[in-house]
Design a protein around this ligand. Structure first.
Ligand code: DAT
Length: 200
């Protein structure tokens, strides 16, 4: 089935702003905010980890997760909000937005969430080591992976605006595939094929 709206993963280290971006983008575009945390709770597909430092951590059965969201992904128009990204089938994903955050700012956000020192340090390391960016680049075509910084409130507006524009172009382009001529530049490349389109 051809998607009429794109599926976008919004990923990144906990606390970088995935949910904030996903909610605002959903509100502005009509795409659905698919919070994987909520899916896991709703379908009861998480198992408590035995990590004493992180008793709330849920180990998720990825096969069952994919079963739960398969229809949504096929339908398209999903904003997938999750701190991992490489389990989603590349054929179902149109864009991966990795939200990034300065470590000083992230420290304050995670501290405010009440994270203990060990969990806090693990997450800061994850951000410094660019774990999610690497995971995204390894799992998907690099052309569809974009990094968006989110330290200040204005960053959210700017990032959401860029994603909104990308979605509009994706829709336009895919709508045109049904009959009209595609908008292409002199090289025959479409706007959204250009990674710079999102990098600014
Ligand atoms: P995540 O879903 O990645 O765990 P979140 O969206 O819940 O992160 O955001 C964590 C906290 O940081 C939350 O209190 C909102 C705040 N926040 C996120 N992005 C921000 C930004 N660009 N400017 C100011 N605050 C931000």
């Amino acid at each position: 089935m051809l998607r009429t709206s794109p599926n976008i993963i919004v990923t990144g280290t906990p606390g970088v702003g995935k949910t904030t971006h996903s909610e605002e983008l959903a509100q502005k575009t009509g795409l659905k905010h698919l919070s994987i945390n909520s899916v896991v709770k709703q379908h009861n597909i998480g198992e408590k980890s035995d990590d004493p430092d992180d008793p709330n951590l849920q180990i998720v059965d990825e096969d069952r997760l994919l079963d739960c969201i398969e229809n949504d992904l096929e339908e398209g128009g999903q904003i997938i909000d999750w701190h991992a990204c490489d389990m989603f089938p590349p054929s179902m994903i149109d864009l991966v937005a990795v939200i990034r955050c300065d470590n000083g700012v992230l420290y304050d956000r995670l501290k405010a969430r009440g994270y203990g020192e060990k969990k806090l340090q693990e997450n800061l390391d994850c951000e410094i080591m660019e774990v999610l960016v690497q995971e995204a680049r390894d799992a998907y075509d690099e052309q569809i992976v974009v990094e968006l910084h989110s330290e200040k409130a204005e960053d959210i507006d700017a990032n959401v605006e860029r994603l909104e524009q990308w979605i509009k172009n994706w829709r336009k382009d895919h709508g045109k595939e049904e009959g009209d001529v595609k908008a292409q530049d002199a090289d025959g490349k479409k706007d959204e094929d250009d990674p710079m389109f999102l990098h600014g």
